[in-house]
Design a protein. Structure first.
Length: 321
């Protein structure tokens, strides 16, 4: 009997050890995957050496909490991409052009994969509403930490919320092409107007980073970047030129729309043929803004958004899958 009890204890220890190792492995993959995304953001945005990067801004951009962002920033500092200054934060170093592969960062981000699986299930109506955390853990075979990270991201994007005492409820919003088109019609009313604000001023460094990001895509990254990276590049461009309005209410409204349109926006990126035209239109808008021709830039931005709305008819089969 004693031998059997010892054997059971050993099994418990081994099982506990296995669970702990798996959790540690998942945490490491999450940190490395997030660090790779931040590095892509630094390179794609053309951030200059010495640029201050904040956990709060990155947490909003990648729809995660500040804690995993902080861990990713620490890792990038260890890799030499960032410089950490006590009581000041993190700053981009001269090594910003290093690739994730060269730094040994594992791009496998299981939480992103889980997020996309859950998003697809939501779009197809396969998620029960409400859904308990136990059901979600079993269905997606995830750890508690992974599930918390995914649900935190989804909650920030606005298509799920925690129910008091029972799991999570998923919003019916933005599961149809009509919903996505409606978000663009709101943007059509807001964004061109923001360029006409009397306080408008586009920082030359911001304009240069936007241009570099568009040229990088035209140079081949349209085909190689992930859906996440493509979406973020579009978000960065539009938020940059709207943020220059000097009116924070325009930027706040656009950011809210960008968070909730991610679901169908990701799916639309399966067809990338239209991205070359979008990049060229972005470059035209930038040129007009830099020349102080804001009225013409506003009209160009309106045409740009109208072209996107028109393209929905071509990609509708993809959005309705």
């Amino acid at each position: 009997m004693r031998r059997r009890a010892v054997s059971k204890d050993r099994v418990r220890v081994l099982m506990s050890s296995s669970v702990s190792e798996r959790a540690i492995g998942s945490k490491r993959e999450m940190t490395e995957g997030l660090a790779a995304q931040i590095l892509d953001h630094i390179r794609g945005s053309g951030l200059a050496a010495g640029t201050h990067v904040t956990a709060q801004e990155l947490a909003q951009r990648f729809s995660v909490s500040r804690f995993p962002i902080g861990q990713a920033l620490q890792l990038l500092a260890l890799k030499g991409v960032l410089i950490h200054e006590r009581n000041r934060g993190y700053f981009v170093s001269d090594a910003r052009q290093a690739s994730a592969e060269a730094l040994g960062l594992d791009r496998r981000d299981e939480t992103s994969q889980i997020y996309f699986r859950m998003a697809e299930d939501h779009l197809h109506g396969r998620l029960p509403d409400p859904a308990s955390e136990a059901y979600l853990k079993e269905t997606y075979r995830v750890t508690k930490a992974q599930l918390n990270a995914v649900l935190g991201r989804i909650a920030q994007e606005g298509w799920a919320e925690r129910r008091p005492g029972y799991g999570w409820s998923f919003s019916p919003m933005l599961t149809t092409p009509e919903c996505l088109e409606q978000t663009y019609r709101v943007r059509l009313a807001l964004e061109p107007a923001a360029l006409l604000e009397p306080t408008y001023h586009l920082n030359p460094e911001v304009a240069a980073r936007c241009r570099e990001a568009e040229l990088r895509l035209l140079g081949g990254a349209i085909e190689t970047d992930s859906a996440d990276a493509l979406h973020e590049r579009g978000v960065r461009f539009h938020e940059a030129i709207i943020g220059a309005s000097g009116n924070p209410f325009f930027l706040d409204a656009v950011r809210r729309i960008n968070r909730v349109r991610r679901l169908l926006s990701y799916r639309s990126m399966i067809d990338r043929k239209r991205y070359r035209r979008q990049c060229e239109e972005h470059l035209q808008i930038l040129e007009l803004l830099e020349r102080g021709k804001n009225a013409e830039a506003s009209q160009a931005l309106r045409r740009h958004l109208e072209h996107t709305i028109e393209s929905f008819q071509e990609i509708r089969p993809i959005l309705e899958r």
